[in-house]
Ligand binder design. Sequence first.
Ligand code: CLF
Ligand code: SF4
Length: 492
Amino acid sequence: MSAPTISLESLTSTTSLDQLLATAKSSGCTSSSCGASTKPDDMDSAIWAKIKDHPCYSEEAHHYFARMHVAVAPACNIQCNYCNRKYDCANESRPGVVSEKLTPDQALRKVIAVANEVPQLSVLGIAGPGDACYDWKKTKATFERIAREIHDIKLCISTNGLALPDHVAELVDMNVDHVTITINMVDPEIGAKIYPWIFYDNRRYTGIEAARILHERQMLGLEMLTARGILTKVNSVMIPGVNDEHLIEVNKWVKERGAFLHNVMPLISDPAHGTYYGLTGQRGPRALELKALQDRLEGGAKLMRHCRQCRADAVGLLGDDRGQEFTLDQIPGEITYDARKREAYREVVARERGDHVAAKSEAIEIVKAACGGSLHVAVATKGGGRINEHFGHAKEFQVYEASPKGITYVAHRKVEQYCRGGVGEEATLDGVIAALDGIDVVLCAKIGECPKNQLMEAGIRATDAYGYDYIETAIGALYAAKFGVELLAATA
Ligand code: CLF
Ligand code: SF4
């Protein structure tokens, strides 16, 4: 079992720059030379270089790196039945929360403020409300300003795809390596149930004709991006009874056209959001329905399962939105970028990731060698790939499945924080236990006897015995203990 070499708590925003620099220096590493290789054996080096710090394109990177979104492009050229323009874009965000809209200059100030404070920041995304390719002037002006100031930040956009083919060449010129297209259908008859109208070529189209044009433009845009080496992720909103079965077909089409990842997200539908689906009672899928569809899609286009359906003004690690700390009124009028904190963080992470990858491989070998069934484990973590969050402080649990195939990240489960100000709320605990349905073991950094016993009564074992270990190391040990006792004794 590998001991923590560097505490991830020492790498967060609460750390002073001096402490962070000292940690980087004492680790004796540079980002390019230390630690084991973190590149998966079956991945091309050029692709790995593009995704290794992108929290959405690499599940492993999402333990270390953060994204931020700036809402600079509010105009949209289509209507989706799951969207109400007063709210965030459902392509990339949780509807129901109004974002602060920014000018490109305000966006630059905000990105600098975040980069100076959040060392994990690696990606800047434009993800609604509105469409980044349709409201192109603002998107372009924002990217140009930010790339001039912060050279190593990755630029990322999300689009419905209708205006995308018109801007692929400029995306290449601006070094945008990551584009997300929301593709919910490849059959216009199904599309007509999702999109009431589009605005294209100075005209409004409705019904099947609108969906056909959108479909053709989405496919063209995807093919153009693939031809130019831009990594394209496809998001699909799973709408039960409308496109759920059809997404199997969508997965095939986008795989054939070179999509790098397919992210199937559950429809979020609530009458309070004022959307067509919300007001007409269209339900979203249950967690198990989503997982069943994702399992059926395995073997097709590679799946993303760690999406958090972020807000259009999200800031921070995917599971820990810090957007409220960076509203415009909290940011100085004049602000200068200071690269040192991000650079020091990267040096430390390079070393830590090497250790993590080695520990993970070891744990996966243990699981594959044991002779067992499957084990579902929920982990309280605040990043770094370690079990480093108290049970009572967790706002989400990351769920892993261990089986003879290995150890895989399956999903996350959001919960209400159980313990506030040192006191646990009984009713909240009931909700947490309900959210952990189907979980065999909960791993956390600390848990009290009371919640532990109540979890046990619900058939869920909770333990802090592996606190601060790597997640996979702990899961490997648990799995071996359950399904292959001799093996654990031999490797402990
Ligand atoms: Fe943002 Fe999207 Fe870029 Fe990521 S989010 S524009 S690819 S930087 Fe990520 Fe958020 Fe899911 Fe989007 S978790 S909603 S997939
Ligand atoms: Fe709403 Fe985004 Fe769809 Fe436009 S593309 S209608 S902003 S969800």
